[in-house]
Design a protein around this ligand. Sequence first.
Ligand code: ADP
Ligand code: MG
Length: 239
Amino acid sequence: MSLSAASAPARRPAGDAIVVATALTRDYPSGDGVVHALRSVDLSVGRGQLLAVRGRSGSGKTTLLNLLGGLDRPTSGSVMVDGQEVSAMGEDELVEVRRRTIAFVFQSFGLVPILTAAENVEVPMRLVRAEPGERDRRVADLLEIVGLHERARHRPHELSGGEQQRVAIARALANRPRLLLADEPTGQLDSETGHRIMLVLRQVVRAEGITAIVATHDPLMIDVADRVVELQDGVLIDA
Ligand code: ADP
Ligand code: MG
């Protein structure tokens, strides 16, 4: 058997997993010592799943999401997303993956203040030079999915926090990513609004057939997930 034939199967995700993290480790230098933010995490996430990652502040949730999305690089271990080894990619490849395959939603929404809701959703499609007609249709569909059809022409400061996060979710979905990573998307919202945002995420995972990984430390947010894992001091356990 040739070397390439022998090594190929190990690089393929097991089963129908879209995300496979293997022995994922991230150490941060800190003063004289080192912080073990993630300790040899193994995680496999099936397509179409909504996975919640819980854990108290400082447990490693943001570190994990950043590594899965290629915003940061592991100290050791690997990340495969949709058959591609994100942890081994160069910057140019990562830019492309973050435009098309992996999308992020953050606690702070991150909308462009001078753009309307519709224009914010359209930004990622402009970056990949989608046709104007296709952009308009997709923006309308997405605003409908997140329940903001009537707010299309409003600017972020004219929207509530929950509405701004809906726009950010719609924007994240613009280029039909396979994987949505949401880092405490409800962290700035009251618990009722936050719960509604989780239901929106639940809805878009179904409607768009994507996979979502949501970091949260709010126990109320856990009930809409298909699966819950917990980080404790950088160690991942099935919850
Ligand atoms: P969470 O998102 O669960 O609050 P983080 O992933 O942000 O946890 O942090 C995990 C640990 O790594 C914490 O101890 C945190 O202080 C540390 N940490 C995170 N980012 C850095 C960094 N850039 N430099 C040094 N330590 C960091
Ligand atoms: Mg965090």
